[in-house]
Design a protein around this ligand. Structure first.
Ligand SMILES: *[C@@H]1O[C@H](CO)[C@@H](O)[C@H](O)[C@H]1NC(C)=O
Length: 332
């Protein structure tokens, strides 16, 4: 046993040296072991395999689930297939939050999928809040190199003490390095993982111009291959209990390799459509953690002249729907 543990440890170190990314082939747990339904009655259906879940939005309700444990750092991942056809106003969120525990100074790390009028061009938004920094949004938005309604694709959040990295199909698309000047803005308190589908008519698509049209309902988002790999907090002891492997995995995976970095840069040059770091209407002074990249700046200026002309940014946070706080976000 001791030998096996060591051997596996050695193999994982070896893999990490080769790939720089060890968070592959992690165990997939049963839905009931890892998660609990949060809202939506019959609109959450666990597949017969016990591992896949369908979340539906119809005229009655959206739906969602939450992790049974709260985590201080981890790797959180799911393969997701988004609803096809007309989906304006539909929002699917895959995110970490502790808004239920800290009303005034919560943390949050978001992947948000924003529906659209033409059916295919879903947009992804990522965002983070730390210790209640909701007056500052750190949104980025992207389009994708595939149709996310046609097949399952993997969306992952890596949260370590030093980094937050968002991945799509194992390609890092955004890296947030913790800097001293970010202070409490870097999420640092235990969070739960959430997945929800809901009616974001008020703001999701073009600032709410196109609401959810229930003629096209039900809207179904499917989740599978879900991974929770991190440091779960024992609520009674309030101390993290994570395997050494998880700590080491997170540390190693936080260091993006050269190959992965060039994939990330290429993705950002081709697919990023908005970044708070380049929004000079909103932030007269660029936030301290922003590393301005001339290639990205150039593209965003060409791609998104509206932003550079100054779209009003309204903020939505602290909203309650059923028992949950919806991932705080900003209209597009
Ligand atoms: C987080 O917010 C609380 C309450 O506003 C404050 O007391 C604390 O110092 C903040 N922590 C950090 C790391 O900024």
């Amino acid at each position: 046993m001791e030998f096996l543990t060591r051997f596996l440890g050695f193999m994982s170190l070896f893999t990490s040296l080769v790939s720089g990314f060890t968070l592959q082939n992690l165990p997939l747990i049963q839905f009931d072991e890892g998660y609990t339904q949060l809202f939506g009655d019959q609109n959450l259906i666990v597949h017969r395999d016990g591992k896949s879940v369908r979340l539906t939005l119809d005229e009655r309700t959206g739906s969602g689930f939450v992790s049974n444990d709260i985590y201080l750092h981890g790797f959180f991942s799911s393969s997701i297939k988004l609803p096809a056809d007309y989906s304006a106003g539909v929002v699917i969120a895959f995110y970490l939050s502790n808004g239920d525990m800290y009303e005034k100074n919560h943390d949050e790390i978001d992947f948000e999928f924003l529906g659209n009028i033409r059916g295919k061009e879903w947009r992804i938004q990522t965002n983070i809040y730390g210790n209640g920094s909701t007056h500052l949004g750190r949104e980025e938005r992207y389009n994708l190199w595939f149709d996310p309604t046609e097949d399952f694709h993997q969306y992952s959040i890596l949260w370590s003490p030093s980094h937050i990295i968002f991945f799509v199909d194992n390609v890092p698309i955004r890296e947030v390095k913790r800097t001293a000047s970010m202070g409490g803005d870097f999420p640092a308190k235990p969070m739960s993982l959430y997945a929800t589908i809901w009616d974001g008519s008020k703001w999701a698509t073009n600032g709410g111009k196109y609401g959810v049209n229930y003629k096209y309902a039900p809207y179904v988002a499917q989740f599978t291959d879900m991974i929770l790999h991190g440091c779960a907090i024992d609520p009674t002891e309030k101390s993290p209990s994570c395997e050494d492997r998880a700590v080491e995995d997170l540390r190693v995976a936080s260091e993006i390799t050269e190959t992965q970095r060039s994939k990330m840069e290429s993705f950002r040059r081709k697919h990023m459509t908005y970044s708070y770091c380049y929004d000079h209407m909103r932030y007269k002074v660029v936030l301290s953690e922003c590393v301005v990249n001339p290639g990205e700046a150039q593209r965003l200026r060409v791609y998104d002249p509206v932003t550079f002309g100054g779209i009003p940014h309204s903020h939505h946070h602290g909203k309650h729907r059923s028992k949950i706080r919806i991932a705080g976000t900003q209209s597009i």
